[in-house]
Design a protein around this ligand. Structure first.
Ligand code: DC
Length: 221
């Protein structure tokens, strides 16, 4: 099986790129951030603090998380509800970052992620794909961009969806998430030694896409 790992901080352009690259290469796209977001959303809806590990641990047995690919797009379900849109808020992103520091949540999702990569060619994006989830991935990328560029992109993305945005608040959230994601004890965001680092600050999506595609095609043959 071929597996492509794409890691990097919030707003580096991972999901847009990963989705398009997977479609072009004919691999299944697995957005692991969506899984953390769904658990974060579940905790928020249950009235629990996503930072409270014991409270979130108690919810895990009742969480029925399911992924389905519909017309090439990944949809994520909590039981029978399609939460693919509901998870795309800043609040769900912050909750995802908080539950991502919880070891029981990471163990719960690790099994699911690895079993998906065993069954099919995948392109998986997240924070710990190259380091923990798929350490033997065929190709590993680490995408990055300055916090300011990432905040601007996130604002554009949210306003395109009709959400109200405040650049300074988004920048602050990005910096806080960077801190949380890189400083947690378990599976922190870091570049593995065999990753190819791509700084996308001054590149267009098309340029990054071409570059990554060329590298994968070269490697896979
Ligand atoms: O990629 P994203 O913004 O949708 O991810 C949301 C949060 O989920 C992120 O801030 C940290 C957490 N996450 C993680 O801990 N590990 C992953 N593999 C993916 C996401």
């Amino acid at each position: 099986m071929v597996s492509v790992a794409i890691d990097g901080p919030a707003g580096a352009g991972k999901s847009t790129l990963a989705r398009r690259l997977a479609a072009e290469l004919g691999y299944i796209y697995v957005d692991t951030g969506a899984m953390y977001r769904a658990i974060g959303l579940y905790a928020l809806r249950a009235g629990k603090d996503p930072k409270d590990n014991a409270a979130v641990d108690a919810l895990l047995p009742e969480i029925e998380l399911r992924l389905a690919s519909i017309a090439g797009e990944q949809h994520i379900y909590l039981k029978d509800e399609d939460v693919s849109t509901a998870i795309r808020t800043e609040a769900a992103g912050m909750a995802a970052s908080a539950v991502g520091a919880n070891p029981a949540v990471r163990a719960f999702l690790l099994d699911l992620q690895r079993s998906m990569a065993k069954k099919q060619d995948v392109l998986m994006d997240g924070r710990d794909i190259g380091t923990v989830v798929l350490p033997k991935a065929t190709v590993k990328f680490f995408l990055t961009a300055s916090p300011e560029v990432r905040a601007k992109r996130r604002c554009d993305e949210l306003s395109a969806k009709g959400q109200k945005v405040d650049y300074n608040k988004v920048l602050k959230d990005i910096q806080q998430r960077d801190y949380q994601d890189t400083h947690r004890e378990i599976a922190p965001l870091k570049m593995s030694r065999d990753s190819i680092k791509v700084d996308t600050s001054d590149m267009t999506i098309e340029e990054v896409l071409e570059k990554l595609k060329e590298i994968v095609v070269q490697k896979v043959g």
